[in-house]
Write a protein of this length. Structure first.
Length: 275
């Protein structure tokens, strides 16, 4: 079975307000170029054996193209496919959630509602499965809050799914998916300086091989790649990253995301893997 991934076309994509350090003083978004880059991502995913599903974009929701953030997607043998809706930090993004929840409901997913109260939780921006779907890593500090992660962890404990909280400290790595990319069950690509020391120490217990990105590589979204059937989709590659990928049996495939980087996102942010 091919991997199924959900993406949202960038019909209304734009940089409207400043939500992260990448969004400062950049040139305007080139809509035609953004559409071409998005199409190139779809094509690269299909070539890597993925089946691309899409959700309809909505006028006025300029960040809806970042399809990783609006819900957390899971699978549990007793429950089947499920989602946990996000509570996004920025009001302009909170409106995206209902459209994504509707899409997942129409595609047979159950909803696990977590009462987040005043806390925030931002889907697969901060909540990432181990490749074997045995546990979840949960970033907090910039978008998701520790309280949000704790409430999510409590809900997952009822399904016997462990959650590993990780404290993020680099504002350029405001989501976990910018500095944390599992390459397989044993190896991970991380940017160490993105984490509080105790979180970095915690991570070491879960991986046989931890490959370290440089600050420049991390801040150019090289840790925001997509692993798919022996390929690693990335916006850039350095000799250092190339050597890591080849050690892990992965071939780099470059997919330009320059327009989306103006908003602080790249390849992983633009898709959600469906179980």
């Amino acid at each position: 079975m091919p991997k199924q991934v959900l993406l949202c076309p960038p019909a209304y994509f734009d940089v409207v307000d400043r939500k992260n350090p990448y969004m400062l003083g950049k040139s305007p978004v080139d809509r035609a170029k953004a559409q071409q880059q998005w199409q190139a991502l779809c094509s690269a995913l299909e070539r890597a054996g993925c089946q691309v599903e899409t959700i309809a974009p909505v006028p006025g929701l300029e960040d809806m193209v970042f399809a990783a953030n609006q819900v957390f997607v899971g699978f549990h043998k007793g429950l089947g496919k499920f989602i946990v809706p996000s509570r996004m930090l920025h009001p302009s993004r909170q409106r995206e959630v209902a459209f994504y929840v509707d899409w997942y409901l129409q595609h047979g997913f159950k909803i696990i509602e977590v009462d987040l109260g005043a806390d925030y939780l931002e889907g697969h921006g901060d909540l990432l499965w181990h490749p074997d779907w045995s546990l979840i890593y949960a970033g907090y500090g910039f978008r998701s809050t520790l309280g949000g992660v704790e409430k999510f962890s409590h809900a997952m404990s009822k399904l016997d799914i462990p959650v590993v909280p990780l404290h993020l400290v680099d504002p350029y790595c405001y989501h976990l998916d910018t500095c944390f990319c599992p390459l397989n069950n044993e190896a991970i690509l991380i940017y160490p300086a993105a984490y509080a020391p105790e979180s970095l120490a915690t991570l070491r217990g879960f991986w046989k091989r931890m490959h370290h990105l440089t600050a420049d590589e991390a801040h150019k979204f090289m840790g925001n790649g997509i692993v798919a059937n022996g390929s690693y989709l990335t916006p850039y590659v350095t000799p250092h990253l190339d050597a890591i990928l080849r050690q892990e049996g992965l071939t780099p495939v470059i997919v330009d995301t320059s327009e989306f980087e103006k908003s602080g996102g790249s390849l992983f942010c633009m898709k959600t893997l469906l179980p």
